[in-house]
Design a protein around this ligand. Structure first.
Ligand SMILES: *[C@@H]1O[C@H](CO)[C@@H](O)[C@H](O)[C@H]1NC(C)=O
Ligand SMILES: *[C@@H]1O[C@H](CO)[C@@H](O)[C@H](O)[C@H]1NC(C)=O
Ligand SMILES: *[C@@H]1O[C@H](CO)[C@@H](O)[C@H](O)[C@H]1NC(C)=O
Ligand SMILES: *[C@@H]1O[C@H](CO)[C@@H](O)[C@H](O)[C@H]1NC(C)=O
Ligand SMILES: *[C@@H]1O[C@H](CO)[C@@H](O)[C@H](O)[C@H]1NC(C)=O
Ligand SMILES: *[C@@H]1O[C@H](CO)[C@@H](O)[C@H](O)[C@H]1NC(C)=O
Ligand SMILES: *[C@@H]1O[C@H](CO)[C@@H](O)[C@H](O)[C@H]1NC(C)=O
Ligand SMILES: *[C@@H]1O[C@H](CO)[C@@H](O)[C@H](O)[C@H]1NC(C)=O
Ligand SMILES: *[C@@H]1O[C@H](CO)[C@@H](O)[C@H](O)[C@H]1NC(C)=O
Ligand SMILES: *[C@@H]1O[C@H](CO)[C@@H](O)[C@H](O)[C@H]1NC(C)=O
Ligand SMILES: *[C@@H]1O[C@H](CO)[C@@H](O)[C@H](O)[C@H]1NC(C)=O
Ligand SMILES: *[C@@H]1O[C@H](CO)[C@@H](O)[C@H](O)[C@H]1NC(C)=O
Length: 460
């Protein structure tokens, strides 16, 4: 989520690596042959390369000064995209851009510093989910313990133990609202960690169950339509919550599906999977037009930079459900996914590259030449413009469409260019987005809220 209105975000500059730029080489290319002719893996590979070339070169290098890092609107997407990258490695049997993943490691305290005064709990949980997944695939214990630290931090600071609404995670430290996304992330993250730590941590399991009870008691899943409410309304008189029946964002249902998959993996109760299938069907039916997936805000042309990521997160979690589905159910989802793949390739792609591709950089041109394919917001087309949120969404779509058993063969499977170092920025580098004043704070800087100005080093 974007910054809290009225509060500036402090950016602390840290140098992470100082490797030089590598020479261009042809192992960067993605070919059909290297993936045994799987076109889905091929397109995922090309999309990931374009994402890296155009907007990073390293998504995480800019984590403490995200304006240097060329394109997402905020801190949270830095975390969420890591799961897209590592899933592509996993499903397409390669280690391309491995150092992006390795260098993404941060301790809890460093993550907290990245987005002052304190990241919202959902922001943190994207890192937790990705780190847990990185551990699952690469076995690096550091990622597991940082993921657990994120969970513990969120729980300690964010869980409502007042007895209201049978608990629930607050959205952020202001305790102003309870959004569904935070609660479904906490469910999935807690359950995933419980599984990855060997089904032993009974205290963690208790928290997972409490989180699930909150979701059930407050009817976040509509009992008639199986759509997922975006949050709850608090009744000050009864001290109860009521699901707010706002059914827009598709990632709520996506992350809950992933959470139900994890609950099933804990106790083998098929009721969790049946519910997950109902959620999947309902969201697909509700958010598909002419066979193609569509985020609620696309109709009004009003998707913000957060919402541009949602469809990919839904599809990523649908893939987790498909992994546990029988062949015919899997084929049912796969048909829908493949329709979307076809649509996005033929109707929402800008390639070959031309001026009118209208690629968006938040912070100046990239280190590399612009690289295609570029994808727009609406998968059914027409192509509008290109930015890393849309590109990540499509990477998730292609990755989720890769059939089981794809093998990667050849030098290209380990392509991993060194990353250029992050650039040290101060206010004189004009790092802030248009309209936001900049304040130097020691070696770091702050971008003031759009309503504020910098006076004597303070946004007021
Ligand atoms: C890279 O170039 C070499 C020599 O031209 C060729 O044998 C190899 O197949 C190429 N690799 C890729 C991934 O294109
Ligand atoms: C991929 O397609 C090429 C060209 O059609 C063919 O020569 C090759 O054997 C195929 N590879 C695999 C693994 O099927
Ligand atoms: C690719 O698949 C082979 C065969 O299953 C496996 O041994 C290897 O570890 C996989 N590599 C990656 C990077 O997933
Ligand atoms: C329950 O939540 C409301 C709204 O946030 C708050 O005003 C109230 O103090 C809470 N009740 C308790 C017992 O903490
Ligand atoms: C909730 O009720 C308490 C006392 O009953 C009151 O002090 C508080 O202002 C109310 N909060 C809201 C948001 O209405
Ligand atoms: C609050 O909701 C719970 C669960 O639905 C219900 O059992 C309880 O009676 C409600 N309390 C009030 C005061 O409405
Ligand atoms: C769930 O099933 C797996 C494999 O069938 C088994 O190893 C595990 O013990 C079961 N777990 C529970 C809680 O029943
Ligand atoms: C989901 O939709 C498909 C196709 O309409 C149907 O076959 C399947 O039974 C549905 N699954 C659930 C759990 O509703
Ligand atoms: C999806 O759900 C929303 C909210 O209930 C509703 O307004 C909309 O008409 C539904 N759309 C479709 C295509 O079912
Ligand atoms: C399901 O599909 C897989 C791979 O396509 C195949 O190996 C397996 O035999 C199928 N299972 C059944 C029960 O049809
Ligand atoms: C390019 O995209 C931006 C949004 O990033 C938009 O404001 C602008 O109007 C677009 N330009 C053209 C020529 O379409
Ligand atoms: C960009 O493309 C030009 C022309 O093809 C080439 O000369 C140049 O080396 C490329 N730059 C980079 C950084 O790849």
């Amino acid at each position: 989520m974007a910054s809290i209105p009225g509060l500036p975000y402090v950016i602390v500059l840290v140098f992470i690596s100082s490797t030089a730029l590598g020479k261009p080489d042809n192992t960067s290319s993605c070919t059909l042959e290297m993936f045994g002719n799987s076109s889905n893996a091929f397109w995922a590979c090309r999309t990931e390369l374009a994402l890296q070339r155009n907007w990073f070169p390293d998504p995480i290098a800019g984590l403490f000064s995200y304006q240097t890092w060329n394109g997402f609107d905020g801190f949270w997407q830095n975390g969420a995209v890591l799961e897209s990258v590592v899933n592509f490695m996993h499903y397409a049997n390669n280690t391309r851009h491995l150092s992006i993943i390795q260098n993404s490691f941060r301790y809890l305290d460093d993550l907290l510093l990245a987005y002052a005064p304190e990241p919202s709990y959902d922001d943190m949980a994207w890192f937790g989910l990705s780190y847990a997944r990185i551990y699952e695939i690469f076995g690096d214990q550091n990622f597991l313990s940082s993921a657990k630290d994120v969970f513990d931090h969120n729980w300690m600071r964010g869980w409502d133990s007042s007895g209201n609404c049978t608990g629930g995670m607050w959205f952020d430290y202001t305790k102003g609202s309870k959004q569904t996304i935070t609660n479904v992330q906490t469910l999935q993250l807690g359950a995933r960690l419980y599984r990855l730590t060997g089904f032993k941590d009974k205290d963690l399991l208790k928290k997972v169950n409490k989180q699930w009870q909150y979701i059930v008691q407050n009817q976040l899943v509509d009992p008639h339509t199986y759509l997922v409410s975006d949050g709850v309304d608090y009744n000050n008189k009864t001290k109860n919550c009521t699901a707010n029946k706002v059914f827009g964002p598709t990632y709520n249902s996506g992350v809950l599906i992933g959470g139900l998959v994890e609950l099933y993996r804990i106790n083998n109760q098929s009721s969790y999977l049946s519910l997950a299938h109902k959620l999947a069907n309902a969201t697909i039916a509700n958010s598909t037009k002419g066979g193609i997936f569509r985020e609620y805000c696309e109709d009004s042309g009003g998707c913000d930079d957060d919402a541009l990521m949602y469809k990919g997160i839904f599809v990523r979690n649908l893939r987790y459900l498909m992994e546990l589905s029988d062949n015919s159910t899997r084929a049912h989802y796969n048909l829908w996914i493949q329709n979307n793949v076809k649509a996005v390739l033929s109707r929402s792609r800008c390639e070959p590259l031309v001026e009118k591709c209208n690629i968006t950089y938040k912070d100046g041109p990239p280190v590399h030449n612009v690289t295609g394919p570029l994808f727009g917001t609406t998968w059914a087309g027409p192509y509008n413009q290109s930015a890393p949120m849309q590109e990540t969404c499509v990477l998730d779509l292609f990755t989720s469409s890769i059939p089981p058993g794809v093998r990667c063969v050849g030098q290209g499977c380990t392509y991993d260019p060194p990353n250029p170092p992050p650039i040290h920025l101060t206010c004189s580098s004009h790092p802030c987005p248009p309209g936001e004043d900049c304040c130097n704070v020691g070696k770091s800087f702050t971008c003031c809220d759009i309503t504020q100005k910098c006076k004597d080093g303070i946004c007021t």
